[in-house]
Design a protein around this ligand. Structure first.
Ligand code: AP5
Ligand code: MG
Length: 191
């Protein structure tokens, strides 16, 4: 299996690039945000609980997200590998992922982080909010999501840096340009 994490602040392009990477490398795209929004649409117990956090731009508790991820992980262990998008988001989630992949005789090969300026993040998310009506794409919630990213999620970089698996990628520019940059890093890692 070949597993990677696509990482970065809200609006950095994780979802957009994952769709392309999934196609090119035949990987399973595992977006915890998408799974939670799906649970919310279906009004499951987890979805109803998660909404409270998502509407404020806060993180859903680790145990809920981890339980949900375990299930999807086990359902796809016969695949070529995973693109983790929006997970891990805390130190606890990072450790969980490392240990559980090791138990299954596999690992994360790279954490690819999309670096994007704050003004650009806000612009992209406000634009998306107008188009799709995603409920957490309004200015006050966007600002909090960015803050939560810096306070609680960015420290995950250190965890991967220590294992020599941290790859920063310039996330400014066109979708094609950024995709090329990501592919170049992946080709290096695969070698
Ligand atoms: P999640 O769904 O993961 O949202 P996010 O991290 O805030 O990121 P986004 O999905 O908003 O942005 P993205 O980086 O995917 O960018 P995109 O490609 O869409 O999480 C939502 C919530 O769920 C969290 O707040 C939390 O409550 C909960 N949650 C999820 N996972 C969790 C976890 N592990 N633990 C705890 N809680 C969790 O691009 C954004 C826009 O920009 C799009 O409109 C796109 O078309 C556009 N765009 C992309 N690239 C470019 C470009 N190069 N130029 C111009 N526009 C571009
Ligand atoms: Mg996304």
């Amino acid at each position: 299996m070949f597993n990677i994490v696509i990482f970065g602040p809200p609006g950095s392009g994780k979802g957009t690039q994952s769709v392309r990477l999934k196609k090119k490398y035949g990987l399973v795209h595992l977006s915890t945000g998408d799974i939670l929004r799906d649970a919310l649409a279906k009004k499951t117990g987890l979805g109803v609980k998660a909404q409270e956090y998502m509407d404020k731009g806060e993180l859903v508790p680790d145990e809920d997200v981890i339980g949900m991820l375990m299930k999807v992980l086990d359902e796809n262990m016969n695949s070529n590998g995973f693109i983790f998008d929006g997970f891990p988001r805390t130190g606890k989630q990072a450790l969980f992922l490392k240990e559980n992949l090791e138990k299954r005789d596999t690992m994360i090969y790279a954490l690819l982080t999309l670096d994007v300026e704050k003004e650009e993040l806000i612009k992209r998310l406000i634009d998306r909010g107008k188009k799709t009506g995603r409920s957490d794409d309004k200015l006050s919630v966007i600002e909090n999501r960015i803050k939560v990213y810096h306070d609680q999620t960015a420290p995950v970089i250190e965890f991967f840096r220590k294992m020599d698996k941290y790859y920063p990628v310039d996330g400014m520019g066109t979708i094609d340009e950024i995709f090329d940059r990501l592919c170049r890093v992946i080709e290096e890692v695969i070698k």
